[in-house]
Design a protein around this ligand. Structure first.
Ligand SMILES: Cc1cc2nc3c(=O)[nH]c(=O)nc-3n(C[C@H](O)[C@H](O)[C@H](O)COP(=O)(O)OP(=O)(O)OC[C@H]3O[C@@H](n4cnc5c(N)ncnc54)[C@H](O)[C@@H]3O)c2cc1C
Length: 416
């Protein structure tokens, strides 16, 4: 049975891994001409994603490429004294297993774990999917697949082809996000610097092995702003308007806007779909259920989703009419929880008032100052994500005895 996956970032390679383990043949098509190597931004693996990564045999590789973020200096607008935060303590209070890693490092590790067992096609994109499984591409000749999975991110192409325009499902949650790449000299080893003002938060971090640094900007906006998603000069102007004057550090980061080699700007939106599956097509990761980039545990959700989708397909012997509803049922609570956690993260991370900014600084100080036990208890009580990731169970899906990647490549997978 042959599955086509669109997207080779996190969900795509993770799904490819588990599908080939269960005996399916897999092709992954990625629009980018090669695996991205720029780093992207830092992402979080919480306990369930760590457990899955361990079962994939690549936990050590992930640990070796972790960003090494240990400390944060948080400065509230107008406050004279910074708050020193023990990040490791905060992460361990939120989840008993956690690692922070650059997205592109994780993507490469998952790709390396699957490249011998799955076919990867770079520099191409799906243009049409017919109900009988014939798939057309921008460059390659049409091919037939039994199933097609969109793992192509928040602005998914497969979702658009199978379900319609993104505007039908995207819900703006009142904030914007910008990221720019800065020279490495801005970063202090293992330390994140965060400036918090009313309605705006900016942070700068590096990673042990990166030769540049990232500045992340989050700001509130009641309405969606008038700005085309390809209008980069306008996006930079919006960022300058929102952040100028927050702090001299932030003004220096903004001064790099005209020189930055990489710039990202987007509204923070959540996807709300009644179902992620239609016929032979389903969605995984941000493509189906992004709770909001940078504010939810969406990387963990994407990895858990890939693991569960592959497991349910194996359990149903490749019968997607049974597997897709089972996958959606298994993920529904996690997705709902993640959305709620993201909404509360926006409120906390980008405070709407001076009191909120003070509360954020004090909360971070308390969490990192209390002994581990009480700080974990406080985190569980105050953060939705802590509860969510501490309680997300992983079903067991034993690999089918007839399945090995080699057999899958010969077409012996479920239903073949
Ligand atoms: C600025 C920023 C900060 C973030 N911070 C965090 C964080 O701190 N913690 C966290 O957990 N998460 C964070 N995230 C979210 C995290 O990056 C995503 O949840 C995660 O990468 C989802 O993985 P994915 O594989 O589902 O989608 P993506 O990583 O978006 O990958 C989609 C892939 O599909 C490819 N693609 C797109 N269109 C096509 C097409 N037409 N055909 C073929 N391929 C296509 C893309 O090139 C890409 O490789 C952040 C996101 C952003 C944008």
């Amino acid at each position: 049975m042959h599955v086509l996956i669109s997207g080779a970032s996190i969900a795509g390679p993770a799904l490819a891994y588990w599908l080939t383990r269960h005996g399916f043949s897999v092709t992954v098509v990625e629009r980018a001409p090669a695996l991205r190597k720029t780093g992207g931004h830092a992402v979080d693996l919480f306990r369930p994603a760590m457990d899955i990564t361990e079962r994939m045999g690549v936990l050590q590789a992930v640990a070796e490429r972790a960003t090494g973020a240990r400390r944060m200096t948080l400065l509230r607008e107008g406050a004279r004294r910074p708050v020193r935060v023990d990040l490791a303590r905060i992460f361990s209070a939120a989840s008993d297993r956690h690692v922070e890693i650059m997205r592109d490092d994780l993507s490469e590790i998952y790709y390396d774990a699957t490249r011998d067992d799955a076919e990867y096609v770079f520099g191409d994109s799906i243009t049409a999917i017919s109900p009988d499984g014939e798939v057309r591409f921008e460059n390659a000749a049409p091919r037939r697949f039994d199933l097609v999975v969109g793992a192509d991110g928040l602005h998914s192409n497969v979702r658009r082809l199978a379900f319609g325009d993104e505007s039908l499902f995207a819900e703006f949650i009142g904030a914007y996000l910008g990221v720019l790449t800065l020279p490495r000299s801005y970063a202090r080893d293992g330390e994140t610097l965060m400036h918090v003002g009313v309605g705006r938060t900016a942070a700068m971090y590096g990673a042990r092995h990166l030769d540049d640094a990232r500045a992340l900007f989050l700001f509130r906006s009641e309405r969606e702003l008038d700005c085309h998603h390809r209008d980069v000069p306008r996006q930079k102007e919006l960022l300058r308007d929102a952040f100028t004057g927050l702090h001299a550090d932030v003004d220096r980061w903004l001064a790099e806007l005209d020189r930055t080699p990489a710039f990202y700007f987007d509204s923070i939106t959540q996807l709300h779909m009644d179902t992620w599956s239609r016929g032979r097509v389903t969605l995984v990761g941000d493509a189906g259920y992004c709770p909001g980039p940078a504010v939810g545990g969406s990387t963990t959700l994407a990895i858990v989703g890939a693991y569960v989708l592959a497991g349910e397909l194996a359990r149903a012997g490749g019968d997607h009419e049974r597997a897709f509803p089972a996958y959606e049922a298994a993920m529904a609570d996690h997705v709902r929880g993640s959305r709620a956690a993201a909404l509360s993260a926006v409120k906390t991370l980008v405070p709407a008032s001076g009191l909120g900014a003070w509360g954020l600084a004090q909360g971070a100080r308390l969490l990192s100052a209390l002994p581990a036990g009480p700080s974990r208890a406080l985190a569980r009580r105050t953060t939705k994500s802590a509860r969510l990731y501490a309680t997300m169970p992983l079903p067991a899906y034993p690999p089918s005895p007839t399945a090995s990647p080699a057999r899958a490549a010969e077409g012996h997978g479920p239903g073949a």
